[in-house]
Design a binder for this molecule. Structure first.
Ligand SMILES: *[C@@H]1O[C@H](CO)[C@@H](O)[C@H](O)[C@H]1NC(C)=O
Ligand SMILES: *[C@@H]1O[C@H](CO)[C@@H](O)[C@H](O)[C@H]1NC(C)=O
Ligand SMILES: *[C@@H]1O[C@H](CO)[C@@H](O)[C@H](O)[C@H]1NC(C)=O
Ligand SMILES: *[C@@H]1O[C@H](CO)[C@@H](O)[C@H](O)[C@H]1NC(C)=O
Ligand SMILES: *[C@@H]1O[C@H](CO)[C@@H](O)[C@H](O)[C@H]1NC(C)=O
Length: 918
């Protein structure tokens, strides 16, 4: 009875769990009783093995005294109780489960609503920002009441030059561009067409043939020049190959070839001569017989209004701003000249100064008496301290007849090319004398000395340099590459050479090398420079650099269906900018001002004058107030100009440049799932103009559905599998900013946007995430090793996740030695190192590292230790090889990293930072 009562009591008061315990006790005990008493009727004694059972029975001993009927009743009652309790329990349990489920559902719903609210708020904010953006763009479009000027109709002359009366030979000397050049044949938009007279047909030399090599080379190299035209009627400039080097000796002796005189009749009979030779360039390239001097093809001849291009001029004959001094045709026809390269370091070489030559002092032509100079120089060499070695040879044996040299007091080159080169490679400076005949401003021999000096990295010190004209000096700044001294400075020479610092020596040497490579090294370089110099005079823009027309992977009528990508919840909720329609960067805005404002830099620093690029990293910004006074188009100042952080900042790009977007270039090799994941991660990324996927695979991409990343995706197929393809200047890229990413690089949106904003202020640099450096090999002491350890100094930012300017995609193919790209192809590695070398070489600046991220490889990617070792070994080799090819290691170190302005700044609670996490 008490059991029942207690059970009822308990059930009323105690918790469910306790009830369950109780009930199990009851359920356990009741069958035991039952069993015990039933068996007791049959056998008087029962052996109980279990102590605990006995104990229980003892406790319930009084029960045994009850009669059986009673017991039966009780048992039945207990069974009833059990049944009712368990029913009740079941119901309770069900109820509890139901309540639990309901509460879980409710809280999930609450979470959903909360998340939905956050998303909606962010989306709303973004939409608002985007709408503002669209409104602004629309306003701008309306305000721009002057539409873009269409280029004027292309004016090309349709007739050969009209026949005009020739000018008198005595006034030829006064010819300048304004008096002897017909500008009407060269309109600004004409593209500067050049016509080249076939040297096999037109040979204006009296009684001699031009060397076949030269003819072929010239025809070939000009064939590569974008300005060449086959139509003489539309040409602006007519190029005539007159000849090559001539010996000076005018007196016709039997031992040397007769003086090759210009055949004036042949010149004047040229089909487009037009009576006076307007717009003609008469080219005389020194090549053969250079060792004894090569000369002037035109002395005493009448050349009408034609320009003359050669290596030898007298001061009287040279018409500055009209005639052109060319380097001699010493190099290869074209192609890579880097194999000739001498290492630039150490700054100070074995010999402080060297000279090898021989000059005869006895001729009557000579007007400068160099005897004094030579005595002084010999004395200088003899009295110099031992640390300053001189290698001066004033009377070496010239290898051939030197009679021709005597006449103008030029110094013959002596020794073999190889021996001269080895001396030059050991010389810090090399001496070059202005010709003894002071009426000359340049001779082919002098130019040849300049050429070989720059090639070997010996800094030319030109005595009499104040009289000398160097090649293309109207555009090239030779002061940065040679030491030009009046002859009277000879006593001060030693002092001066010693006074220069190592860094200046290296700067001279490097600049000399840059000028040599771009403008003198090969026949092609020299011809391109000749034509570009004339074009620069006329301020006609170069031909645009042609982009790579990547073969689209999908045809126009088909593109893979787009999938809604799964929501990525790794992105922090943060409005990073408006979602806009694709907006290409304005292109070719500086056709006619670039060469005026930046002509110096284009020829002497960064860039190159041979092609026109849609934009350059160095294009100047407008001044601050001009943005509010008429030049506002495109600008998105923060807070409309009031500035701000947080919300205002996230709504506008700000900065000193108009609004712009960026393109993401992903190089992928047949990894469609990885690519799809990469595209999915880009969804909702502001300022994204386009994604260009460079498909490096042999098999085309399958037409399976790809996730929609919100921006247009262009898939171009590479013709061959090469890592260099990442840097092809594809025509589908419309923006200046290009974000290069590996397909497996995980970058957060805020990181990308921050890097983009930083890049906009450092447009000429690589701006990105993973930092690396070149560490000196302390064990072998002979070069640099690639290092990826954590370090407080870095010199490379890997292009697996970095912004670069689109211009460098052209430069990668035009300014980087082909040997470097071949190396990348051969080892399938190091294209990122090559890009860092290139940009550092062009800008002499280190890259910019943004945010704390040092590495970005996917965490799960399997990398075996041996593969890792091979990888690093290859990259050491890459650095060493690239440095060898370029003559130096252009990388520069930086200890600087960019974080957003208010990062870690303590600001009031009601104010926001620029970015939440960076
Ligand atoms: C000069 O050129 C004319 C016309 O091409 C030719 O008839 C004449 O023989 C040439 N004279 C010499 C000396 O080559
Ligand atoms: C050059 O000057 C030296 C003296 O300095 C003299 O001996 C020599 O004869 C001169 N030579 C000529 C060609 O005038
Ligand atoms: C375009 O490509 C799709 C799939 O690659 C192909 O089925 C279709 O025939 C192509 N259309 C044309 C016009 O080439
Ligand atoms: C500038 O040059 C580019 C490339 O040749 C051309 O497309 C563009 O129309 C030119 N712009 C002007 C204003 O002449
Ligand atoms: C880290 O630096 C050590 C030498 O300091 C070098 O041996 C090791 O290769 C470096 N590791 C990497 C990954 O570059």
């Amino acid at each position: 009875m008490f059991l029942y009562e207690r059970a009822c009591l308990w059930l009323g008061h105690i918790k469910l769990s306790r009830v369950i315990v109780m009930v199990s006790v009851i359920l356990f005990v009741v069958p035991l009783f039952t069993h015990y008493y039933l068996s007791k009727y049959e056998t008087a004694s029962v052996a109980l093995g279990s102590n605990s059972m006995r104990h229980t029975l003892e406790a319930l001993g009084d029960i045994s005294t009850m009669n059986i009927a009673d017991l039966k009743l009780r048992i039945e009652e207990m069974l009833r109780i059990k049944a009712s309790v368990s029913t009740e329990l079941r119901e309770l349990e069900e109820k509890r489960g139901r309540l639990q489920r309901e509460s879980a559902a409710a809280s999930a719903k609450a979470d959903n609503v909360k998340a939905e609210y956050a998303r909606a708020t962010a989306e709303l904010q973004r939409l608002r920002v985007s709408a503002d953006q669209a409104r602004l763009a629309q306003l701008e479009a309306i305000r721009r009441d002057t539409p873009e000027r269409a280029p004027p109709a292309l004016i090309l002359p349709s007739q050969p030059p009209l026949i005009l009366p020739p000018i008198s030979p005595s006034s030829e000397i006064n010819c300048r561009m304004h008096s002897c050049f017909d500008h009407s044949r060269c309109s600004l938009t004409s593209g500067f067409p050049i016509y080249f007279y076939d040297p096999d047909v037109f040979s204006p030399l009296a009684g001699a043939e031009v060397d076949g090599f030269l003819k072929t080379t010239l025809r070939q190299t000009l064939g590569y020049n974008a300005h060449l035209t086959q139509n003489p009627n539309e040409a602006c400039v007519y190029l005539v190959l007159v000849g090559e080097s001539f010996p000076f000796e005018k007196s016709v002796s039997s031992t040397i070839e007769p003086y090759k005189l210009l055949n004036e009749t042949a010149i004047k009979n040229l089909p487009y001569w037009g009576g006076d030779g307007r717009n003609h360039v008469l080219l005389n390239l020194a090549r053969r017989e250079l060792s004894v001097g090569a000369g002037d093809a035109f002395s005493g001849a009448s050349t009408g209004r034609a320009m003359i291009a050669q290596s030898t001029f007298t001061l009287n004959q040279f018409r500055s701003g009209f005639d052109l001094v060319t380097p001699p045709a010493l190099g290869p026809p074209g192609g890579d000249v880097w194999s000739d390269c001498a290492p630039m370091a150490p700054a100070r070489r074995k010999y402080l100064l060297s000279f090898q030559g021989s000059q005869s002092m006895t001729t009557s032509f000579q007007k400068d008496n160099d005897t004094y100079l030579i005595e002084r120089l010999k004395k200088m060499a003899n009295t110099a301290p031992e640390s300053d070695l001189f290698y001066l040879q004033f009377d070496c044996d010239p290898p051939v007849e030197k009679r021709s040299v005597k006449s103008i007091g030029d110094w013959a080159l002596c020794g073999t090319d190889r021996s001269r080169r080895s001396v030059l490679r050991d010389s810090t400076f090399v001496l070059i004398f202005a010709p003894g005949d002071s009426s000359y401003t340049t001779t082919a021999l002098l130019q040849a000395r300049l050429y070989e000096a720059l090639r070997s990295g010996a800094i030319p010190a030109i005595l009499g340099g104040d009289r000398i004209t160097l090649p293309y000096d109207e555009v090239l700044d030779w002061r940065r590459a040679v030491l030009s001294l009046p002859k009277a400075r000879v006593t001060e020479l030693h002092f001066l050479l010693r006074a220069l610092s190592d860094s200046d020596l290296l700067a001279f040497r490097r600049q000399g090398r840059v000028l040599w490579e771009r403008y003198l090294s090969s026949v092609q370089a020299s011809m391109d420079s000749l034509l570009a110099t004339i074009r620069t005079r006329l301020n006609i823009p170069a031909r645009p650099a042609s982009p790579t027309m990547g073969a689209p992977a999908f045809n126009d009528s088909f593109s893979p269906p787009k999938l809604e990508p799964p929501a990525v919840d790794t992105e922090p909720e943060e409005t990073l900018g408006p979602l806009e329609a694709p907006y290409p960067s304005p292109a070719y805005r500086r056709n006619y001002s670039l060469a005026l404002l930046h002509g110096y830099e284009m020829w002497n620093d960064w860039g190159e004058p041979f092609a026109l690029y849609p934009q350059l990293p160095w294009d100047p910004p407008v001044t601050s107030e001009a943005r509010y006074m008429g030049s506002a188009a495109g600008f998105r100042p923060i807070g409309a100009g009031a500035g701000g952080s947080g919300k205002e900042f996230s709504e506008a790009l700000g900065g000193d440049r108009p609004r712009e977007q960026f393109t993401i270039v992903i190089l992928t090799y047949e990894r469609e799932t990885v690519l799809a994941a990469a595209l999915a991660r880009l969804r909702g990324l502001p300022y994204l103009n386009k994604v260009v996927v460079v498909w490096n695979g042999v098999t085309p991409p399958s037409a399976a559905a790809w996730p929609d990343c919100g921006a247009p995706v262009a898939v171009v197929r590479a013709t061959r599998n090469s890592l260099n393809n990442r840097f092809l200047p594809y025509h589908v890229v419309d923006t200046e900013a290009v974000l290069c990413v590996d397909d497996d690089a995980h970058l957060r949106h805020d990181e990308i946007i921050f890097a983009f904003r930083v890049w906009r202020e450092h447009r000429d640099r690589i701006v990105g995430f993973p930092g690396r450096y070149h560490a000196w090999d302390l064990n072998f002491n002979n070069g640099f090793l690639y290092n990826s350890n954590y370090s407080c100094e870095l010199s490379m930012v890997l292009t697996g996740a970095a912004f670069v300017h689109r211009y460098y995609m052209w430069a990668y193919w035009r300014a980087l030695p082909a040997a470097v790209r071949d190396y990348v192809d051969h080892y399938m590695n190091c294209e990122d190192i090559a890009m860092n070398f290139l940009v550092a070489h062009i800008t002499r600046k280190p890259p910019v590292k943004v945010t704390s991220r040092w590495t970005f490889r996917c965490p799960g990617c399997p990398v075996t230790l041996s593969a890792d070792e091979t990888h690093f070994h290859e990259r050491h080799k890459c650095i060493q090889f690239f440095s060898q090819v370029m003559g130096y290691t252009p990388l520069l170190s930086t200890q600087f990293r960019a974080d957003s302005v208010l990062f870690k700044t303590r600001i009031p609670h009601d104010k926001q930072k620029c970015f939440k996490f960076i």
